[in-house]
Write a protein that binds this ligand. Structure first.
Ligand SMILES: NC(=O)c1ccc[n+]([C@@H]2O[C@H](COP(=O)([O-])OP(=O)(O)OC[C@H]3O[C@@H](n4cnc5c(N)ncnc54)[C@H](O)[C@@H]3O)[C@@H](O)[C@H]2O)c1
Ligand SMILES: [Zn+2]
Length: 355
């Protein structure tokens, strides 16, 4: 069964409505044209909206541009947004589906590894504000998420590694066995069997956390492991770092924070370094990033409460440190600052970021 067959089945009841295929230009060239052709050949009325393949497409401007086009094309309550692309297109399309007509149908067709294991497997839809990541958004459930790892054959190695960073996040926070699997099989990164295994294992772990988010809020901070610092890095570097690269650094800084606060042993720092290096992911803040700019950006993090950052920290692989309040640790600004400074690279051979 192809993705287009599944989409047609899902839309059968709504075949008289106009539907929207939202994709980024690159993914549309690889996989979208054929999909649109098949859907139209089966009789669906489809409007195609294309956005640039970049994080900057998760913006209020692009949002309004796409909404404009869709409204002018004419939709109704039976219309669906099909998002074909990476996390950017999934998040943008999710926010559009949630807000147009106060909610129309949403079907994700994630095409990057990041999207297949994380961004599309979510109810959180968002766009960015120039002050920070995902600051404008809502909770909205897709009707379906169709994951086909074969789409990954055209994904660049850099984006593949960026996606692996989220699998690494789940391994560090929830699963020592996934940690070992990732360390031992890094040379398989281009193999379909390996990618299918990663997709299955990570989705299972993520869904378990999402269920606990709904229950007693435990998973919420684990899902955000490395993200408080990672999001700040993305903001201050104006997205010169990919999302997965930024959270890789965020996780390494979190390990160092945990050790400095006597929550874990120094082996945790080495474990982080080992798994990140297997996938050539960065583990230090680039030299030319201003730490005080990062602290300013962290002030906009969504998990700050009463002016104190609340961050998931690990005692060991698979074991989060729990305070009385939940699965997070309150970290004071001076301690955070010290950790950021300690984890900034001073090695001359490291790549400087163009920002
Ligand atoms: N809502 C959530 O829970 C959640 C979770 C994780 C990530 N995210 C968000 O997801 C975004 C990052 O996702 P991403 O890395 O997929 O970014 P992306 O959407 O920018 O895709 C990365 C790049 O890969 C290309 N690409 C995607 N699929 C391809 C394919 N099959 N073949 C060739 N090229 C392909 C895209 O054109 C783009 O250039 C960030 O905005 C992040 O905040 C959200
Ligand atoms: Zn993420």
């Amino acid at each position: 069964v192809t993705e287009s067959d599944l989409v047609l089945k899902l839309l059968h009841k709504y075949r008289w409505s106009r539907h929207v295929l939202l994709a980024d230009k690159r993914v549309y060239g690889f996989h979208g044209e054929l999909l649109a052709k098949r859907l139209r050949a089966a009789g669906l009325t489809l409007t195609v909206c294309l956005v640039p393949p970049a994080e900057t497409s998760k913006s209020a401007n692009v949002y309004l541009g796409v909404v404009d086009k869709i409204l002018k094309a004419g939709i109704d309550k039976g219309s669906h947004i099909l998002t074909l692309g990476g996390g950017v297109v999934n998040n943008l399309g999710g926010f559009i589906a949630a807000t147009l007509y106060r909610g129309i149908g949403l079907i994700h067709l994630p095409s990057s590894l990041m999207a297949q294991i994380d961004a599309a497997i979510d109810f959180r839809q968002a766009i960015n504000h120039f002050l920070g990541k995902n600051l404008i958004g809502c909770i909205y459930a897709p009707r379906a998420i169709l994951v086909d790892p074969q789409l990954l054959c055209t994904l660049s190695l850099r984006h593949m590694r960026s996606g692996i960073a989220e699998a690494i996040k789940h391994s560090l926070t929830q699963s020592p066995s996934l940690f070992r699997f990732l360390v031992e099989n890094a040379d398989q990164i281009r193999e379909l069997a390996f990618l299918e295994a990663i997709v299955r294992k990570t989705i299972r772990l993520k869904v378990a956390l999402m269920n606990s988010v709904n229950g007693h809020n435990d998973g919420e901070f684990l899902l955000q492991y490395g993200h408080c610092i990672g999001h700040a890095l993305e903001t201050v570097t104006r997205y010169a770092l990919l999302h997965g690269e930024a959270i890789a650094i965020g996780m390494q800084v979190s390990a160092s924070l945990a050790v400095s606060m006597n929550i874990s042993q120094s082996g945790l720092i080495m474990d982080h370094r080992l798994i990140l290096s297997r996938y050539n992911l960065p583990d230090a803040i680039p030299q030319n990033v201003s730490i005080s700019a990062m602290l300013d950006a962290i002030a906009y993090d969504k998990n700050i409460l009463r002016n104190t950052p609340r961050i998931a920290l690990l005692e060991n692989i698979g074991r989060v440190h729990r305070s009385k309040e939940g699965s997070f640790t309150r970290v004071s600004w001076p301690v955070l600052r010290k950790s950021l400074l300690r984890n900034q690279t001073h090695e001359m051979h490291r790549r400087e970021l163009c920002i």
